[in-house]
Design a protein around this ligand. Structure first.
Ligand code: FEO
Ligand code: CA
Ligand code: CA
Length: 645
């Protein structure tokens, strides 16, 4: 399929969106950085003082010089093994990996963890995207468990090749595979706030573990296609498990969207890879190979052995819809929203109430997508086809700060509807989508018609290989510098923002700018020094998780280099910051324990509690010396119990 559109993305872009003859790249970048772009070029930052520009931020109110909407002081960077929040706030643990969701769950052993039997009755490993739903007056938290760490999760498993904690633990038994499969997926848990704080309601009828063997329905253009048929499921419509559940989303009708990211890592081959040309090309584009990551499922569970089940990987990499109100419901894989390394799914409505879902594909040089439903959402109406019937688009960002959502149609791509749904990356390449620096979470601003996407980093952006060619993504699209991704060997990341044409998320056109370029102000060269809104007090790298609260503050979570050395000196541990797009000001709010990533954020229904995910802490957090480190969700509250935002 790759030779149907022999032009590279950049050649296509050049042909369809010719650049002005004189356009010096640095000036393009400078203009794209928000204060000189969207905001009209009159803003000054640094001390937090700001004068609004042309007032393009819908609903914005001009702020007096020196005023700030933040209720907290900037938190200094931290390098220790616990959590910090600003004065006036406190944090506590809600739930840790291995905590029981059911009273028949095995008890967590601080040195051994949880045995295989019962590993599907506890809170899973490596918390990530989450959403809270208020259902019949109860608070139901739905949380992803993205992946596992062999050296932590397999202690004491029969057949593993080490005992106790070790640098490397090999998955060497069906028991170990089953344990890992059951620690991952999605958790549904009722929580409640009592006099001593928030806790899990053990045995709630809402509680549920969805893991790598949970039955799923497959829906949309790929459902039933020959490429999804397996010996165990000749219909190609029923699969088992959801994989590498990274970010999340929520629909207006109260369902949870879990996003399958690095699904490729679970597959391997005992007797060689498939040779069919189309399948092999797909494997190459999505990174499916003979060894996979270190899960080693394929040695003990033939479903993951692509020598025997070449189509099984085509059944992963989707957005999966889960009904948190019904613990017996079957999750649905919505193939119409494309197959790629889905980060999250940010839902909003077009002006005519069609459903819009923005999605990033987190791999170097991959793309940003948008789904628009065919039908309008009606409260209380039939929502069953809103993620099935509609159109998938991919983003083209032009250097002149305009952009276009290009429809992935059969005509535009030369692919069938099913092929577009299964090999979505190839479809994006075919229409000249813009290569991005690893699109992570997208967030839609509820107070303005705009959306943001974290472009976390891309060490290969603009870098040449031994042959002197700029390194390409796996589809052959060279990752040349472009205006939204302007930094060579981009270690720090940036956040791109777009405003849809006609103030309508359903429209095909948009304008864009860079909300912030992360960086180190100590760097001598732009743009490595970051935006002017970055200073010695709030510097960070690798923005990843993101949510925008009801007041329009942007909460940014990081998953980056926490060495606090060299180019990263002063950034400290991974963290959560808040940005005010009206002033440009960014303040650090929370720091995670050393080694952890801060990912996943939601609020209680009364907005007085914030739930924040702490993934893969490096130190024995939170149980202390001698105990296994445990991924955890923490609650953060104001000490005066006021609303957080
Ligand atoms: Fe699971 Fe791209 O983060
Ligand atoms: Ca992420
Ligand atoms: Ca990341």
């Amino acid at each position: 399929m790759s030779d149907k559109h022999p032009m590279s993305a950049d050649e296509w872009d050049e042909l369809n969106f010719p650049r002005a003859e004189v356009q010096e790249f640095d000036r393009v970048v400078e203009r794209a950085i928000s204060r000189r772009g969207f905001l009209g070029g009159v803003l000054t930052f640094g001390s937090g003082a700001a004068v609004m520009g042309a007032g393009l931020l819908k609903g914005s109110t001009a702020l007096a010089q020196g005023s700030s909407r933040f209720a907290f002081e900037n938190l200094p960077a931290q390098t220790d093994s616990t959590i910090h929040v600003p004065d006036g706030y406190s944090w506590d643990i809600l739930v840790r990996w291995g905590d029981p969701l059911f009273s028949d769950a095995p008890e967590f052993d601080p040195e051994l963890g949880i045995p295989t039997e019962g590993s599907d009755r506890v809170f899973g490993e490596n918390t990530d995207g989450m959403e809270l739903f208020s259902i019949d007056g109860r608070e139901i938290l739905v949380v992803n468990s993205e992946y596992t760490n062999n050296e932590i999760n397999l202690v004491g498993s029969a057949g593993t090749e080490t005992e106790g904690q070790a640098e490397e633990t090999t998955v060497a038994s069906a028991d170990a595979v089953l344990r890992l499969q059951q620690f991952q997926g999605v958790n549904v848990l009722e929580i409640e706030e009592g006099p001593s704080g928030w806790s899990v309601v053990v045995d709630s009828p809402y509680n549920r573990r969805i893991h790598h063997n949970t039955p799923m329905m497959i829906d949309g253009p790929a459902a039933g296609h020959a490429l999804l048929q397996t010996e165990a499921d000749p219909t190609g419509t029923e699969s088992l498990g959801t994989f590498n559940n990274c970010g999340a989303g929520r629909t207006p009708w109260g369902t949870y969207l879990t996003c399958e990211e690095n699904f490729n890592g679970y597959f391997g081959a005992t007797e060689g890879l498939p040779t069919d040309e189309q399948i092999a090309a797909g494997y190459q584009r999505y990174g499916i190979n003979e060894t996979g990551f270190d899960y080693n499922y394929h040695q003990f569970d033939t479903r993951f052995d692509v020598s025997m089940n070449p189509n099984e990987p085509h059944r992963a990499g989707y957005i999966v819809e889960i009904d948190p109100a019904d613990a017996d419901s079957t999750p649905v894989k919505r193939t119409a929203l494309g197959r790629f390394k889905h980060e999250n799914a940010a839902c909003t409505l077009a002006n005519d109430n069609r459903v819009v879902v923005y999605m990033g594909d987190d791999e170097r040089g991959e793309f940003i997508y948008k789904w628009v439903s065919r039908d309008a959402y009606e409260e209380g109406g039939d929502t069953s086809t809103l993620l099935t019937e509609g159109q998938l688009y991919v983003a083209v960002f032009n250097d002149d700060m305009s952009g276009e959502w290009v429809a992935l149609t059969e005509e535009a791509t030369g692919m069938s509807a099913a092929e577009i749904a299964i090999f979505t990356r190839t479809a994006g390449s075919a229409v000249g989508a813009t290569t991005m620096d690893r699109p992570e979470w997208v967030a839609v601003n509820p107070t303005a018609v705009e959306a943001y996407c974290c472009l976390t980093n891309n060490s290969r952006r603009g870098v040449e290989n031994d042959a002197g060619e700029v390194i390409a993504n796996a589809g052959g699209d060279p990752m040349v510098l472009n205006a939204p991704n302007p930094r060579e060997a981009n270690d720090y990341g940036q956040i791109v923002r777009w405003r849809p044409a006609g103030e309508d998320h359903g429209s095909d056109g948009f304008d864009w700018d860079l909300y912030v370029m992360a960086g180190n102000p100590a760097a001598e060269e732009a743009p490595y020094d970051g935006s002017e809104t970055i200073n010695a007090g709030n510097l960070f790298n690798s923005p990843d998780g993101m949510q925008i609260d009801t007041t329009g503050l942007i909460w940014i979570q990081t998953d980056g280099d926490d060495s606090n050395e060299g180019a990263f000196e002063g950034m400290g541990n991974n963290q959560m910051l808040a940005g005010d797009p009206e002033t440009g000001e960014i303040r650090r709010f929370l720091t995670g324990p050393k080694g952890s990533e801060v990912t996943g954020l939601t609020w209680s229904s009364d907005r007085r509690t914030m739930f924040v995910g702490i993934q893969h802490p490096g130190a024995p957090f939170p149980d202390g010396e001698g105990a296994l480190p445990r991924s955890s969700i923490v609650v953060v509250k104001r000490n005066d119990h006021e609303v957080l935002g």
